[in-house]
Design a protein around this ligand. Sequence first.
Ligand SMILES: [Zn+2]
Length: 258
Amino acid sequence: MLSSLIQGAGRAAKVAQEAVQLVFGWDEPAAASATPTSGADAVRVARAAPADASALLARLRAMGLRNVDALLLTTNRRTMVSIKGRMLRVHEGYLAAGDDVLTAIVAFVMARRGAGRTAAMHVIIGYARGLTEHSAPARVARTHPADEALAERLEIAHAELNEARFGGELQGIPVRVSRRMKSRLGHYSPARGGEGAEIAISQQHLKKHGWASAMETLLHEMVHQWQAETGRPLDHGAQFRKKAREVGIRPRATRVVD
Ligand SMILES: [Zn+2]
């Protein structure tokens, strides 16, 4: 990883001065295998796909992107698309994305708020889910195939709540539906080893208590995510309770499952 960082920095020095651009090597086999290798699509992708960060930035600008000085390609599944100040971070898997997805990235950045942004998130997250289905390293626990649509809804809800309640400061992370979780409603797992962070929501909880209740659980786990990402301990202490109230949930450590 360090060597690819250095390589990336070397390459970055050669590109336009206004932009700090790093190009990392693949560390997930994912997006490469998501690129069609035969048929009409392969021809289209081969001819049209931007080759690196600067090419992708140029393409996005041609599609109407403004107010972005730099584009950073990430290899970490946690960051699909994020904007901070004038720096845009995009997972390298999006190099192979079609114009519909790139248009959504432009809309996501330019809209900042509102319905246009929500629609764009659906497209961006939908594409990311397609990538990881084929490529992500095997996790110990996975969403049951029958719960995939639910997991996608939860991931979109995560993105929306992140915007609405956390000012967009959280990373985009996978949300999984767990059929094993019986006593707990949800769980946040910080990144460790080769695995990224994730949130799991109990399928039983969703079935028994419904969507609104699951949203409260999701927010609870997102407060833990906020703790992890800001270097705080994962607990239900005073800071947890304060943040929980800020994002609009009652700061209980647990809720009774009937
Ligand atoms: Zn908790």
